[in-house]
Design a binder for this molecule. Structure first.
Ligand code: ADP
Length: 163
């Protein structure tokens, strides 16, 4: 069984993330969306909130071979623990590439058996990031169409309270 893990901060999960996830779900037997539990990044949304929003999105999109989880520590250790042979990442711009290039080298050093596959962002999402969504939402702009529809109302209220 081909298992992939799509790790990220997902603070919050956007439709750019969804695009990558749908591509991965079509390629792998099982995909874990794994929320990184890293307090150093001081996320706006708690791990529980992020996992809950991702679960709602999985349900609403009918993604039968996708699960949501949270992890801490080394990604390659988590991947091994869940039996994933592949890491899934998305690429938007050159800046993503440079970062991903470094991370890939580190992960290969730690566990050469786990490979990373990349999906290019679709042009319509190449500008989209979780930080854009947070900023727009906190300033009262519309985030409709930037996040999965099932999480839109929750995120709108939550970000408006955040500022
Ligand atoms: P991280 O903090 O690990 O970069 P993110 O939640 O920002 O976590 O992103 C998770 C993954 O999704 C990364 O590989 C990132 O490049 C990718 N990604 C983020 N936004 C988009 C987008 N709009 N289109 C495609 N991939 C994206």
């Amino acid at each position: 069984m081909k298992i992939g893990v799509y790790p990220g901060s997902f603070d919050p999960f956007t439709i750019g993330h969804l695009d990558v996830l749908k591509n991965a779900a079509g390629l792998f037997d099982l995909v874990y969306v794994a929320v990184l539990n890293n307090s150093a990044k001081s996320p706006v949304f708690s791990v529980e909130e992020r996992v809950e929003m991702i679960n709602r999105m999985i349900e609403s999109e009918g993604l039968k071979n996708v699960r949501s989880d949270a992890f801490g520590g080394l990604l390659v250790d988590y991947a091994k623990q869940i039996g994933a042979q592949y890491i899934i990442r998305g690429l938007r711009a050159i800046t993503d590439f440079e970062y991903e290039f470094q991370i890939d080298a580190v992960n290969r050093h730690l566990n050469p058996e786990i490979r990373t596959v990349y999906f290019m962002a679709s042009p319509a999402h190449s500008f989209l990031s979780s930080s854009n969504v947070r900023e727009i939402g906190e300033m009262g702009g519309s985030i409709e169409g930037l996040v999965p529809q099932c999480n839109y109302h929750y995120l709108r209220e939550r970000l408006a309270r955040q500022k």
